[in-house]
Design a protein. Structure first.
Lengths: 298, 256
């Protein structure tokens, strides 16, 4: 069953078309990577899903209920982590989670229990200070806790790792992965290694529509091959290798683009038969970054 | 109206944590004492300075203060307190949107209407409580020190000034519902209030303008009766209701 379904979504700001028939779905219990470059329309899509912004046309359903703009009852199924979450800095994390629980209509005893659980999960259980002294990473962790307070069916994270250092990113990815058991996650990002680490499914957003959608392994398989790099012992041989293999020379390294496994074997055979000494031959595993570059035409 | 009660509690908690309740408590008590104190001390001050002033050729004869002097001081101080209150509260709504702090709560089901009403109600309660405390202090001291009949009807005058201040606060929230910054809120509200003052230059228009509600000493001393400014009272009440309703409608259409 799909927790979220987005069908033929259109949105323009003045003459600028941001979403142009966007369609995708998130299945129950999965972590969905929503990939796109900056300004591709990821945040706009998320705001429309949350009823904070009105779409020009299209339909969104969450757990089978249609999303409405303004007053949005489907938000009872949703937890939202904004890209740069802002909280009431004069509160402590516990006080803030209590406020969130009350707003969602939870019972007092349930709020207390859930607050303890979540502060433990995000590593803020021992934190007694007010939010104004929190680092960006701590705010992001509190952001996940507030998003999960009402046990949502869908957790929407808008670029949760973009502004963090490597350690902060690792922590956030671990927390999102651990939340996977109790909720589906849609996770927008332009950091493709994060998608490869934690996502089951992904979609690439370009020019306002999904240009590729599927499981992460399916997406990787869409790319027929990846680049082969050959470093000859003598830089003078680089041009000769490039001619033989149909590659290009960059700073003494020959690059043969988009090579399949068969082509790789052919390269090895050609080099061996030509008896050209080489220092290194590398055939990288296909990754999302290369696919993304291909798709957006860079 | 989802989330009204928790958000209202949050508003008062914010006022308490940020020290604004304490600030306004001190301010209202201070101005409550200041009015009768100034009225009481002015004659004594002039008496002390009379010798010095006489050398400069200024002869001061018997200066006496009355209950009217105390209330005159009270009403002139009210504008200062209202301006301070206005400056502190002008960013209450706009800062929630500009910082994005209300967004997580909106996505949890807090209705924008509930948010707007809790903000308006908490501001009105804080202002009204302080206002009547301030008046109560002035009233107590004035009744204790002066037994004269210079003031006939102070309560209607105080009620009318309160209505004027409520109108200003409602206008402030009306502008907050659609402008981006607290400076724009102050400019918008200031322009409306200033235009009332400007129009009151025309004598025939005065009784229709809410600014007539602040001619408090004329009402206190009986120069103007409340019946004379009923149109202004109705217009002020209508502005309060209209600004409140429009504010709630417009906040629903605000782009987040």
């Amino acid at each position: 069953m799909n927790v979220l379904e987005v069908k033929d979504l259109h949105k323009s700001f003045g003459s600028k078309t941001v979403l142009d028939g966007l369609t995708f779905s998130v299945s129950e219990g999965s972590v969905f990577g929503f990939i796109g470059r900056n300004g591709a329309g990821k945040t706009t899509t998320m705001k429309i899903i949350l009823g904070l912004l009105q779409a020009d046309s299209g339909e969104i359903t969450i757990c089978g209920e249609r999303v409405r703009y303004g007053n949005t009852p489907t938000n009872k199924f949703v937890g939202y982590l904004p890209d740069v979450p802002e909280f009431y800095s004069y509160m402590t994390a516990r006080e803030y989670l209590r406020l969130c629980g009350r707003v969602t209509g939870m019972k007092q005893s349930e709020i207390r229990l859930r607050t303890n659980e979540l502060l433990e999960l995000v590593g803020l259980a021992g934190e007694k200070h007010r939010i104004k002294g929190y680092s960006r990473g701590m705010k992001q962790r509190l952001g996940i806790a507030q998003a999960l307070i009402n046990r949502p069916k869908l957790l929407i994270c808008d670029e949760p790792t973009s502004a963090l250092d490597p350690l902060g990113r690792k922590e956030i990815l671990e927390i999102i992965s651990s939340a996977k058991g109790e909720t589906s996650v849609i996770f927008s990002t332009h950091i493709l290694s994060d998608v490869e680490k934690i996502c089951d499914d992904a979609a690439i957003l370009e020019k306002g529509r999904t240009v590729l959608c599927g499981t992460v392994s399916e997406l990787k398989a869409k790319r027929s091959g990846s680049d082969v790099q050959i470093v000859p012992v003598s830089a003078d041989d680089a041009q000769r290798i490039a001619q033989l293999l149909g590659g290009e020379v960059h700073s003494g390294t020959v690059i043969v683009a988009n090579a399949s496994q068969d082509k790789m074997l052919g390269i090895l055979k050609t080099i061996s038969e030509s008896r050209i000494p080489v220092l290194k031959i590398e055939h990288a595993e296909p990754d999302l970054e290369q696919l993304f570059m291909e798709v957006i035409g860079e | 109206m989802n989330g009204f009660s928790p958000f209202l509690k949050k508003e008062f908690f914010e006022l308490y944590r940020k020290g604004r309740l304490l600030l306004f408590g001190i301010l209202f008590v201070f101005f409550g004492i200041l009015a009768p104190a100034t009225a009481k001390l002015t004659p004594a001050l002039f008496k002390m300075m009379s010798g010095e002033l006489e050398q400069q050729g200024i002869i001061i004869k018997d200066i006496t203060s009355t209950a009217a002097s105390s209330y005159e001081q009270f009403f002139s101080n009210l504008s200062i307190i209202l301006i301070v209150f206005f400056v502190v509260f002008a960013g209450s709504v706009t800062s929630e949107f500009s910082s994005g702090s209300v967004i997580p709560l909106l996505t949890k089901g807090l209705s924008r209407k509930a948010m707007m009403l809790s903000k308006l109600i908490s501001a009105l309660i804080t202002w009204s409580a302080g206002y009547w405390l301030c008046f109560g202090i002035t009233y107590g001291y004035t009744a204790y020190y002066w037994k004269d009949d210079s003031v006939q009807s102070v309560i209607p005058a105080v009620l009318l000034w309160w209505l004027f201040s409520v109108m200003v606060i409602c206008l402030m929230f009306f502008f907050s519902s659609f402008v981006r910054t607290h400076v724009q809120v102050m400019i918008g509200t200031g322009c409306v209030v200033f235009s009332f003052k400007l129009m009151s230059i025309v004598k025939t228009a005065d009784k229709y303008l809410p600014s007539a509600l602040t001619n408090s000493m004329n009402i206190c001393t009986g120069k103007t009766s409340v019946a004379d400014i009923i149109p202004a009272i109705i217009i002020a009440g209508t502005v309060c209701a209209g600004a409140g309703v429009l504010g709630v409608v417009l906040i629903g259409r605000r782009r987040v």
